[in-house]
Design a binder for this molecule. Structure first.
Ligand code: 5GP
Length: 126
């Protein structure tokens, strides 16, 4: 079910549990600001999620409240992960869902990195 992407942070969300080490993930990268891991239900040959360590519900929340260092560190990590996965030469897509119309399901800000095949146009028709 889609979340609003606004309001109070839910400590029980699945990415909070991954950050606390309470449930496993297939880790790709981590640093002081970010953790990157494979999506559990990949929609492309490469489908990795990058999340900030801070407690932000959505892109709206992150850009409103995170420090400049957190924002810079996070987006640098997104680029680093794509490079590590050798996606730069063929190209890749970065996507962040925010709120109900986007279908955001997990109320902890995350960026999807898709790659490994031509990805078609930007939006599905449905
Ligand atoms: P959203 O729709 O919120 O932008 O994307 C949430 C993503 O999290 C989905 O692509 C979904 O497959 C992924 N996901 C949900 N639960 C888990 C989990 O427990 N582990 C991992 N690695 N990914 C998850």
């Amino acid at each position: 079910m889609a979340v609003k992407g606004l309001g109070d942070y839910d400590e029980g969300n699945i990415f909070a549990k991954i950050l606390r080490g309470e449930i496993p993930c297939k880790k790709v990268f981590e640093d002081a600001f970010s953790l990157a891991f494979h999506d559990i239900a990949p929609q492309a040959p490469v489908h990795v999620l990058v999340i900030p360590r801070g407690k932000y519900i959505s892109l709206a929340d992150f850009t409103a409240k995170a420090s400049d260092a957190e924002i810079a560190g996070f987006f640098r990590a997104v680029g680093t992960v794509a490079k590590m996965l050798e996606l730069e030469a063929p190209g890749y897509r970065v996507l962040a869902n925010m709120g109900e119309h986007s279908g955001q399901e997990i109320p902890h800000f995350h960026v999807h990195i898709f790659g490994g095949r031509p990805l078609g146009r930007m939006l599905s028709e449905t």
